[in-house]
Design a binder for this molecule. Sequence first.
Ligand code: GAR
Length: 207
Amino acid sequence: MRKVKSIVFLSGNGSNFQNIIDNIKSGFLHIEILSVVSNNKNAYGLERAKKEKIKTIMVNSDNDYNNVTEYIITNSVDIVILAGYMKILPKSFVNKHIGKILNIHPSLLPKYKGLNTHSRAIKDKEKYHGASVHFVTPDLDNGPVIIQGKVEIKNSDTKDILEEKIHKIEHEIYPLAIKWLSEKFIKQENDKCLFNNEVLTTPIEHI
Ligand code: GAR
């Protein structure tokens, strides 16, 4: 059977990318990663890609994104995985690949879209914080959420401690969502996520 083809976008450390690779190697995910795309030439994730002999592609201009679209079409890429990609994708790019793009975001969406989610949750004295995997739409961090994992914020939690806890959750929930999409168990329909052909009214809660 043909393996589901993916590409990963990242801007930084790439621990989620590494975790996806580990889940492919363990046999949990039946996908292949054709390329890693980045806007940051110093991203450590690019080193991880080189180590795994995965092609890397740099993007800066709108034209570069058009080239990635060409690449996606030519290579029949099924899934575009955003794993710590810190640049807003051009709306035209998103619209061309709608239903194929997944993102992981470090908050319990719709709370704390955008940046600095951990410090903002601590500052607001939230009881819980977490991570969400969602389909990407042209509006930032606004696409239908598939799965979320949460943790209680302790009084002693600093931004760094919370970030570490959230990464742990991300490494559990992202492979699940990727598996579901790669096995066509989930689907995006406009602003909704279908799970086994039923509209998800609330995100799956990971426990
Ligand atoms: C992750 O926490 C991810 O949720 C976040 O960047 C981090 C990347 O970590 N993404 C965003 O904030 C996107 N808006 P990693 O490079 O170790 O995978």
